[in-house]
Ligand binder design. Structure first.
Ligand SMILES: Nc1ncnc2c1ncn2[C@@H]1O[C@H](COP(=O)(O)OP(=O)(O)O)[C@@H](O)[C@H]1O
Ligand SMILES: [Mg+2]
Length: 254
């Protein structure tokens, strides 16, 4: 459902910087893929290109048979809203709104009726186990609850592909586990494809496959077998094999 053909990215500036080189990548419908690599290896650049926030310098991106980078502005905005969901490290909720209002925000952009919005929000909140916080404002809830609200907002359009950049980066280990379990349940029940950038081997161990990138190039990938614990260990081993800047294992939670 997602295909990258020889994607490269050069940031132009006083000094041009090559952030990605010839990335080839395929994600199947319903697959959960994690991307790991040292700081500065190009993970966010890659995610921004897939999410159409940024454009590749060369190469193509295909999502559900469409080339989002070839769409005109209005079509692209609609494509992004309907086919993609986004989750960020810092939740990106609006603080003046309640959780429910945050969740229905993407629908207000589509001109959906209030009654239908409430219905959709209610059903997604129930599915994701956050019904009890719908009336709260963002400063009244925990980080884990905020991220789960952000995931609910990302899922309101039932996107085919959910993109997450360090979704557990600001969470403690208990809240991380809650958010990861929620993502896994969405992936399994809704068959939403998931692409998640993370520094956290614990979070990555919930995925089906981890892709490692270094210096803007694909380095290697490993698949999850039967046991999440064994997968976690394999991820740690690969990260230490890859080296990095020393910061990258700082978020390991044993
Ligand atoms: N807008 C930009 N202009 C110039 N260089 C950038 C820009 N964004 C990122 N970079 C550079 O590209 C490289 C990859 O960055 P990034 O994709 O953010 O890495 P990661 O998410 O893996 O830490 C880094 O060296 C970074 O400094
Ligand atoms: Mg990044």
């Amino acid at each position: 459902m997602l295909k990258l053909n020889d994607v490269s990215k050069v940031y132009e500036g006083k000094v041009a910087y090559r952030a990605l080189t010839d990335i080839n990548l395929e994600v199947e419908q319903g697959e959960f893929v994690a991307i790991m690599g040292p700081s500065g290896s190009g993970k966010t650049t890659l995610l921004n290109i897939i999410s159409t926030i940024d454009e590749p310098t060369t190469g193509e991106v295909e999502i559900n048979g469409k080339g989002p980078h070839t769409l005109k502005k209005n079509d692209l905005a609609r494509f992004r809203r309907r086919e993609l969901g986004f989750v960020f490290q810092d939740f990106n909720l609006l603080h003046t709104l309640t959780v429910e209002e945050n969740i229905v925000l993407p629908l207000t952009l589509d001109g959906t009726r209030v009654k239908e919005m409430k219905q959709k929000a209610g059903s997604i909140a129930e599915k994701l186990g956050i019904s009890h916080i719908m009336g709260k404002r963002t400063y009244e809830i925990s980080g884990g609850q905020a991220q789960r609200a952000a995931v609910a907002r990302a899922m309101i359009h039932e996107p085919a592909l959910l993109l997450a950049d360090e979704p557990t980066g600001n969470l403690d280990s208990k809240a991380s586990k809650d958010v990861m379990e929620m993502l896994v349940s969405i992936n399994e029940k809704e068959k939403t494809s998931l692409l998640m950038v993370t520094h956290d081997p614990q979070a990555a161990s919930y995925s089906d496959r981890v892709i490692f990138i270094r210096d803007g190039k694909l380095h290697s990938e490993i698949h999850r077998g039967e046991s999440r614990q064994a997968f976690f260990q394999k991820i740690i081993d690969m990260l230490s094999l890859m080296g990095g800047d020393g910061n990258d294992l700082s978020s390991v939670r044993i």
